[in-house]
Design a protein around this ligand. Sequence first.
Ligand SMILES: O=C(O)C[C@H](O)C(=O)O
Ligand code: SF4
Length: 507
Amino acid sequence: MEKFQESMYKLIVETSTKLPKDVRRAIAKAKLRENAGTRAAMSLATIVQNIQMADENVSPICQDTGLPTFKIKVPVGVNQIEMKEAIRRAIAQATKDGKLRPNSVDSLTGENSGDNLGIGLPVMKFEQWEKDYIDVRLILKGGGCENKNIQYSLPCELEGLGRAGRDLDGIRKCILHAVYQAQGQGCSAGFIGVGIGGDRSAGYDLAKEQLFRPVDDVNPNEDLRKLEEYIMEAANKLGIGTMGFGGETTLLGCKIGVMHRIPASFFVSVAYNCWAFRRLGVIIDPHTGDIQEWLYQEGEDVDLKQEETEMTGEAREVVLEAPITEEQIRSLKVGDVVRINGMIYTGRDAIHKHLMDHDAPVDLNGQIIYHCGPVMLKDENGKWHVKAAGPTTSIREEPYQGEIMKKFGIRAVIGKGGMGAKTLAALKEHGGVYLNAIGGAAQYYAECIQSVEGVDFLEFGIPEAMWHLRVKDFTAVVTMDSHGNSLHEDIEKSSLEKLAQFKERVF
Ligand SMILES: O=C(O)C[C@H](O)C(=O)O
Ligand code: SF4
């Protein structure tokens, strides 16, 4: 097994940087469905470009390289203790090489371990089997989509859909609702794994297990096959679309599993995965530790080629450079595309909390905040380089954002998934704007960053620090403006109306 660590390193790097073929096929299909010139088509074009850039740069597709979870099947007699150690070393190495973001945080102190190791991390689940080879599968599931997982306890009342009872039709309603409640925040279009039955933890395990099924397989259970097919069709009529911008594709895959339950409990657990569905697997020779075969890579290479596309389509394009005046901000409207040049400052969870009762380390008057936790590498000369830098889910900053904008005079925030009523009111009052970048497009945005001019709060860890970035042609869409308009609010409303059309019994 001397090659096992090297094989695990290859598996980690490949999973973080190259989407599997089954996922590429689903994205290619989605792209064909969108009408040219729409926001959804533009966003998908950016996503496709990002996938290609990650291939070429061998760099993370998305800056959130997730919580690494390994599922390992071993023949009797294989030493699992040694395998665990080899996996831990491979994880630390991949982090050092900038293929994974340091993502392991002490839940009590907030300290980032820096190498992706920690109590319980990475997750490794072993199982013995009768076969004579080792099967290792890895999923890197990011935080934004993980936060959109949801568990239903039947019977329940669902907005738009009414009563969901303890039968197949109740299950149908829960799954549709799960897609609706995710909106664009988990970087739609997404994939869902559903677990029916079990208790709360076994149900979620079963849901996540479904994410290891190939996207194009067929459920052997006839009822579930029909339900999967139905969900794919119905969910794509909700009009949530790529990044919640509206459009034809909201769901890229749906896999449903079932297990027994106890009489009092009836859970439907849904695991939501973003379009950056990073999961791969390998077959390993138990003597040498070498890779014998890659999984999820059957079929022809997937052609994602596209014509040169511009983010703008038919939208008005505005160039922004900080410091921005209130007048400039008030001239922006939902739907405008902005190209940002000059300085932006990253700030996410730790910084927003901190700024509520502390001063900012730089003058933020008229400036732009980017909700982003990048992957960064320092070279021998102590210079920082951006390896991946897409947006993070903005709604987590909802309790703080409005106040912080007013307190420091910030004019624009860039993020993804949109923000709520409190921020919208503050944008109107203060003269601010919310800009939606394409979630997961971490290579695409990293290329817009010309230099790293400084960093504050590095003690919060690399993802949570405030990075001072000089950008060129950083493109985003105005989705909340200073006149009280919010594309997110509109899509939520219209998708709820569409959801209500699926109220009647189907199964
Ligand atoms: O942590 C991040 O960088 C992003 C996160 O996965 C998110 O979707 O919000
Ligand atoms: S930013 Fe989006 S694509 Fe990246 S892990 Fe989070 S949900 Fe997934």
